[in-house]
Design a protein around this ligand. Structure first.
Ligand SMILES: *[C@@H]1O[C@H](CO)[C@@H](O)[C@H](O)[C@H]1NC(C)=O
Ligand SMILES: *[C@@H]1O[C@H](CO)[C@@H](O)[C@H](O)[C@H]1NC(C)=O
Ligand SMILES: *[C@@H]1O[C@H](CO)[C@@H](O)[C@H](O)[C@H]1NC(C)=O
Ligand SMILES: *[C@@H]1O[C@H](CO)[C@@H](O)[C@H](O)[C@H]1NC(C)=O
Ligand SMILES: *[C@@H]1O[C@H](CO)[C@@H](O)[C@H](O)[C@H]1NC(C)=O
Ligand SMILES: *[C@@H]1O[C@H](CO)[C@@H](O)[C@H](O)[C@H]1NC(C)=O
Length: 573
């Protein structure tokens, strides 16, 4: 990855007419017709504005990495569970060609070992402003784009060019044509007003840890393997949020009174992430994610990985996080992220770059879970003429988690039923094709639709979510206040907390942790260990959305976890 301080004064490079043999010629590398929705151009960028650009190379053989990932993640493979080392994963990423050309244009690193790239095809290299040769043409118009709802401004372009001899080797230059809009933050609702109660034995109005344990048969006993063997569960933090230790303490005292009072979580800060611990400023999302990982995954070490604002760009934050985890020998074995984008906000190369990085991390043995989004088939849009898939959920190498809702009446342990939550985002990617592990499910669902929604979604795309979990009325303590939060943001931590408990038992039995989950989840044994959710729908874009059905569907995926069945399915007796 090349970091370039790029001043727009220097950017006014005249475009040469590209001829294939002319080394100095430039060719348009990425362009988009209009900014991401919600952004309007509010004038040219000031001439002294600067962007820190990264240059990502195409990986050497991404199909090879994907095939390795499947080989170690598919229970029917002889190599199941034999996760790759970073060096092994790197073989599929190393991009040896174009080194000279890169050096010519971008002062490539002296280092010969291109395995130094932690992210597929990325180069880390500090380049001084003054040494930058100014050969990268951010072509035409670099503008200030203002996000209408928040007035936040960002500098982007709708197209840029690269030297012809490099265009084939470079995946993307970022940030240029990819937009990251502010995340929607969950707003806690007050506790049920009748009694101001904060527990509910029937689980009818309030979801607590014990409700989830009851519903899904999640063990209440502590993980037994020592921390450094089991590895931490990672919880991603963005948006300058932190989770407050006192909030967690208060939450656990009430909802996990069996836990030691010293129960805490670790914090890792990247890119200037915040952890001020000031009461009143704790983030609701961070509090939710931490309380339902620490609280559900009994005895599992949890690490909050807070990615700060130094990039001025969330997509760069996602890239930095994954980069840091790939090169971290004590990387989490499970990672849950309750943040995402509309797929269309990312350009295809950037979405692919992120997805390649998740494939790499998955091949090393980390289970990566993302919430699917809270806008039904509309993603993050209020108005839409076609359905809006969300990223990184549409990446085939992550596990996307949608939301279900318990039919609350007459809830008893081991006798409850779930329907898909109306906000649960799901649908089909416009960027990634349905991968082999789910192709049959996606084809069957789409053929059952007939002509319904013709033209509103991509019939060959990767379907999401993969699975679901309860996501309604979670009690959360944030900033010393107790409230209720709903969303797929709640569901991903719950599903993600089942995994380290299984890993703990697997390790105790001398087996490997689960790693990339989907080939297992979609296998006959895996799907039989999930509670199929076959009712509910996810409206949006002026439609009633998709229906949850028997089998996989784009509202609740394959269904919610049943711990006892999952234990058996992963080979524990
Ligand atoms: C982020 O914005 C600040 C203020 O404009 C600027 O000083 C800084 O260099 C920017 N960071 C990057 C990585 O571009
Ligand atoms: C819940 O139980 C009550 C009383 O037994 C019964 O009348 C009602 O139909 C039940 N509701 C559902 C959804 O089964
Ligand atoms: C489960 O609950 C339903 C609805 O209340 C009831 O009809 C059924 O008998 C219950 N089943 C068991 C096994 O308790
Ligand atoms: C539909 O998805 C495929 C990948 O399955 C992609 O190649 C194609 O471009 C997409 N079509 C549209 C119109 O987005
Ligand atoms: C948190 O709230 C409780 C009352 O619910 C109060 O006693 C306590 O002082 C508060 N703590 C802080 C740090 O504000
Ligand atoms: C969803 O189910 C309802 C009721 O069965 C049906 O009328 C509707 O056509 C279905 N919609 C889709 C998109 O499958």
């Amino acid at each position: 990855m090349v970091f370039l301080r790029f001043s727009f004064l220097a950017a006014l490079v005249a475009l040469a007419i590209a001829t294939p043999t002319d080394r100095s010629a430039f060719i348009v590398h990425e362009h988009r017709a209009q900014p991401a929705s919600g952004f309007v151009s509010t004038g040219p960028a000031p001439s002294d504005a600067e962007l820190t650009l990264r240059i990502a190379l195409n990986p050497n053989n991404i199909a090879g990495l994907e095939s390795e990932l499947n080989a170690v993640s598919d229970p029917s493979s002889s190599r199941y569970g034999q996760h790759l080392t970073p060096e092994e994963a790197c073989c599929w990423i190393r991009q040896a060609q174009f080194r000279r050309a890169l050096r010519r244009h971008f002062l490539a690193p002296d280092k010969q070992d291109l395995c130094d790239y932690n992210l597929p095809g990325w180069r880390r290299l500090a380049v001084q402003d003054t040494r930058f040769p100014g050969k990268l043409a951010l072509q035409h118009r670099v503008s200030v784009f203002t996000h209408s709802a928040t007035d936040e401004t960002t500098i982007r372009t709708l197209r840029y060019s690269l030297p012809v001899e490099l265009s084939g080797a470079v995946a993307y230059v970022h940030p240029t044509t990819t937009f990251s809009r502010p995340f929607a933050v969950p707003k806690p609702q007050p506790l049920p007003s009748n009694s101001k109660r904060d527990t509910d034995p029937t689980c009818a109005d309030i979801t607590t840890i014990s409700c989830l344990q009851g519903e899904y048969g999640i063990p209440t006993t502590s993980a037994t393997q020592t921390n450094n063997v089991l590895g931490p569960s990672g919880v991603s933090g963005y948006d300058n949020e932190f989770a407050n230790f006192n909030d967690l303490k208060q939450f656990l005292a009430k909802y996990r009174p069996d836990f030691p009072a010293t129960t805490k979580f670790d914090v890792e800060l990247l890119d200037g992430g915040y952890n001020t611990q000031v009461t009143g400023f704790a983030g609701v999302e961070a509090s939710l994610d931490i309380q339902y990982t620490v609280g559900v995954a009994s005895g599992v070490p949890v690490k909050f990985i807070s990615v700060g604002p130094l990039n001025n760009d969330t997509v760069s934050g996602f890239l930095d996080q994954i980069n840091a985890l790939i090169s971290d020998p004590s990387r989490p074995t499970v990672l849950t992220t309750s943040y995402g984008f509309d797929e269309e906000d990312l350009t295809l190369p950037v979405a692919q770059g992120l997805c390649n990085a998740y494939a790499q991390l998955g091949a090393l043995g980390t289970s990566i879970l993302f919430s699917s989004g809270d806008g039904g088939v509309a993603g993050n849009e209020f108005e839409c003429t076609t359905f809006v898939p969300t990223a990184p959920s549409t990446c085939p190498w992550v596990t996307s988690v949608g939301s279900s809702q318990t039919i609350l009446e007459n809830f008893t342990k081991n006798n409850f039923s779930e329907i898909g939550a109306a906000f649960s985002s799901g649908g089909f990617s416009n960027y990634f094709a349905a991968p082999a592990y789910q192709k049959g499910d996606v084809d069957a669902y789409i053929s059952s639709l007939g002509d319904t929604y013709n033209g509103l979604f991509n019939t060959t795309g990767r379907g999401f979510p993969d699975v679901s979990a309860e996501g309604v009325n979670f009690v959360v303590v944030a900033g010393n206040e107790t409230g209720l939060v709903s969303g797929t943001s709640a569901s991903s931590p719950v599903f993600a907390s089942v995994i380290p408990l299984l890993n703990d038992e697997l390790i105790a039995a001398g087996k490997s942790p689960l790693g990339f989950l989907n080939p297992f989840l979609y296998s006959p044994a895996g799907r039989a260990a999930l509670n199929d959710v076959s009712d509910g729908k996810n409206p949006g874009c002026g439609t009633s959305g998709f229906n949850a059905t028997v089998g996989w569907d784009p509202v609740t995926g394959l269904g919610s976890p049943s711990y006892p069945k999952l234990r058996t399915a992963v080979g524990l007796s």
